[in-house]
Ligand binder design. Sequence first.
Ligand SMILES: Nc1ncnc2c1ncn2[C@@H]1O[C@H](COP(=O)(O)OP(=O)(O)OP(=O)(O)O)[C@@H](O)[C@H]1O
Ligand SMILES: [Mg+2]
Length: 334
Amino acid sequence: MGGCFPCFGSSNNKEGSGGGGVKEVNKKDSVKDGSIAQSHHVSRVISDKSKSRGGSDPKKESAVPKEPTAHIAAQTFTFKELANATKNFRQESLLGEGGFGRVYKGRLESTGQVVAVKQLDRNGLQGNREFLVEVLMLSLLHHPNLVNLIGYCADGDQRLLVYEFMPLGSLEDHLHDLPPDKEPLDWNTRMKIAAGAAKGLEYLHDKANPPVIYRDLKSSNILLDEGYHPKLSDFGLAKLGPVGDKTHVSTRVMGTYGYCAPEYAMTGQLTLKSAVYSFGVVFLELITGRKAIDNTRAPGEHNLVAWARPLFSYCKVAIQCEDYIKLLQSQPCV
Ligand SMILES: Nc1ncnc2c1ncn2[C@@H]1O[C@H](COP(=O)(O)OP(=O)(O)OP(=O)(O)O)[C@@H](O)[C@H]1O
Ligand SMILES: [Mg+2]
């Protein structure tokens, strides 16, 4: 795999039995465009599922703000209620599929509210841990740029999450592999999405106490509401940030190849800056129209950051040039 991380591995692996390595996650195709998108062949770094299943202690991963007064507003649903809401998880209700399971559009019978229901693959301990972290994080964190968790279902071995439905899907759906009849996002919308995602991140880093490090910032996890209002989603990998004099927390390396900060990937030392790096990768995707990892590109251009880095000094000069700004405004895709 091309890219700037020749060695993914945590030399300071304190959280589990797994060593270094990259796990390929071959995500299933989105039903929206019906084609297998290159960007859906992503790699999770020491992931999440198979690597640590059964081997690690869930207590070590728990990353939930301790706010004794916080009110957990998420509702609980039975499996039957969510089966009814999604018409028995019918294919036509399928919105997409990620590394952890399928996402369906549904309507709650009790309130008529339209929702997105994520059904986690029943794959054991690690999925369950991420389910718990997601429920607790999203129950305690609230911001206009974070997706709203309506409730969850833990019925037998079923684990489902119920979110507000985001009508415009993910940022990834609007950036890459567009069908011929779909217009690319205009420049102002791109900047609005970047600013909203940054506000969500600022809330996690500067307002949440203790701060929360969102470990899976990428274009598929930025969901879009009416008017392209962005919201961060998928907090199953989130961790509490360092407190006091500490500058980092040591963790097993997790995230998605192409978005993961190299120093975190190499040392397992997670800082707030690791998430800022991932934001930078999304920002590069927004301004260039390129994917974080694209193996169909020419050699040397597979990894967006590696390709863009030499251009930064050029951009410093070019940005002063009025023509360059005009060019960016009219044609953001490189
Ligand atoms: N709340 C939601 N409203 C509308 N669509 C959603 C919602 N949540 C997810 N989706 C759709 O479902 C797709 C799959 O989401 P999911 O989070 O399972 O996977 P992913 O983000 O693509 O990958 P990963 O599992 O690595 O995070 C998204 O790309 C999006 O199109
Ligand atoms: Mg996601």
